[in-house]
Design a binder for this molecule. Structure first.
Ligand SMILES: Nc1ncnc2c1ncn2[C@@H]1O[C@H](COP(=O)(O)OP(=O)(O)OP(=O)(O)O)[C@@H](O)[C@H]1O
Ligand SMILES: [Mg+2]
Length: 397
């Protein structure tokens, strides 16, 4: 089983890269499914599929070629199936608070609800062993990273709060009904949460298993896109997932050398070298800007060739994590592997929310979570090949 997430900012090329990878995987005789949440149906458009066929199979896997399926989830239906009673309760609550019913229903879609459907499918497909490869064409990172934490959050909620709340609701409901206008959740709400929790069981192990799952961050050599990629880089590590490649898409090829594009070329070069400092030691796979849109199997195959060359696209291009961040006794601890360091010349600097590590001519930028970056003190120590950085309160100076 192999699972790859393709994540990145809006419009960087996630769907194209996921589709190209799918084609290659299918050629290797792996039963491959690409899952997407995109309401705009870009995936079926990229494969140039017949609309009628898709409308008939709404939300279900559709065969694209031998060993390759795509599944564009129907968000409305997924929410109804997976969150039905929960969504209903939250929207009743909003509606009671005076919001218009339609608006209440819309707002009651909580962050992560849509994407959790992806996790449910992953869990199901892994157990059924119907496919060898699952590729996920993720929603743009800006909005969608939180869903990965849903299984852990739900587990915490079920263990710490849920059972008490359920018992309290049972006793309080008859009394509360007479006293308040606010509806308390009914049994169906609690059953729905419990059911969802059961169906998500085990998915976090799958997501964090380095032998199975990796993330490929798709990006472009542009300032704002790179910044968001840096943030995603950090967040996936916080969720203990493994990133095995950064895909640098839409790089101007050598032959683009007329004057009009010269500034673009220069700025791309600058961001390409910055990207190395941001994502080291995770490899960066570079893909040129094509002369045209990437549509249809022939161009997708060209994209896959440009991206992977002779490599097997299902390999793990990087094993392990570039860094680990944890919190202990109120202190944040960053552990960073620097295989070639020489004790004398490590230099640490902080600039707003980044930590800059310099070792000789090697330089690395790490974007830090806000709380960590705000810690008043930093100290570092070198153990073997690991740089250990501690971010603490003012006591430690
Ligand atoms: N290397 C490339 N050269 C030329 N065009 C490209 C390249 N990669 C992607 N494109 C084109 O850029 C557009 C956006 O790509 P794509 O839909 O894959 O991005 P996305 O990240 O999935 O976007 P969204 O966030 O909207 O889902 C498409 O028209 C695609 O054909
Ligand atoms: Mg897309």
């Amino acid at each position: 089983m192999r699972i790859i997430f393709f994540a990145g900012k809006g419009g960087v090329g996630k769907t194209s890269v996921a589709a190209a990878t799918g084609l290659k995987a299918a050629l290797l005789k792996k039963r491959t499914i690409i899952l997407s949440l995109d309401v705009a149906h870009s995936l079926s458009d990229i494969f140039d599929l017949d609309r009628d066929l898709l409308d008939h199979n709404k939300g279900k896997p559709v065969s694209v070629s031998e060993n390759l399926w795509i599944q564009e989830l129907d968000i409305q239906e997924e929410i109804e199936n997976n969150w039905g009673a929960i969504h209903k309760y939250v929207s009743t609550l909003f509606n009671t608070s005076g919001l218009d019913e339609i608006l209440a229903e819309e707002l009651a879609v909580l962050p992560g609800m849509e994407e959790v459907s992806l996790l449910l499918y992953i869990n199901r497909y892994v157990r059924q062993q119907e496919y060898d490869v699952i590729l996920l064409d993720c929603a743009p990172t800006g909005e969608s990273l939180r869903f990965i934490s849903v299984p852990t959050t739900l587990e915490w909620y079920i263990k710490k709060i849920f059972r008490v709340e359920k018992a309290v609701a049972r006793y309080v409901r008859p009394v509360a009904k007479k006293l308040y206008d606010i509806p308390l959740p009914g049994n169906d709400y609690f059953d729905a949460i419990e059911h969802l929790f059961q169906r998500l069981q085990g998915v976090d192990q799958i997501l964090t298993d380095p032998a199975v799952t990796s993330v490929r961050l798709v990006t472009n050599p542009e300032k704002i896109v790179l910044k968001e990629t840096q943030r995603a880089f950090m967040y996936f590590y916080l969720y203990k997932m493994h990133i095995d490649a950064v895909i640098m898409n839409r790089v101007f090829p050598e032959e683009v050398n007329d004057r009009y594009f010269s500034r673009w070329r220069k700025s791309q070069e600058k961001y390409l070298s910055q990207a190395k400092e941001y994502f080291t030691p995770v490899p960066i796979l570079q893909v040129n800007l094509f002369q045209d849109e990437v549509l249809g199997p022939a161009r997708l195959t060209r994209l896959a060739d440009a991206l992977y060359g002779d490599r097997n696209p299902l390999d793990h291009f990087f094993l392990g994590q570039a860094f680990q961040l944890s919190k202990k006794n109120g202190e944040y601890h960053l552990r960073l592997k620097l295989p070639f360091v020489d004790k004398q010349n490590i230099e640490l600097n902080r600039s707003s929310d980044e930590l800059i590590v310099r070792v000789g001519s090697f330089k690395m930028h790490l974007l830090l979570p806000r709380q960590v970056a705000a810690a008043p003190s930093v100290r570092a120590r070198l153990d073997d090949q690991y740089l250990q950085v501690y971010f603490g309160g003012d006591k430690n100076g």
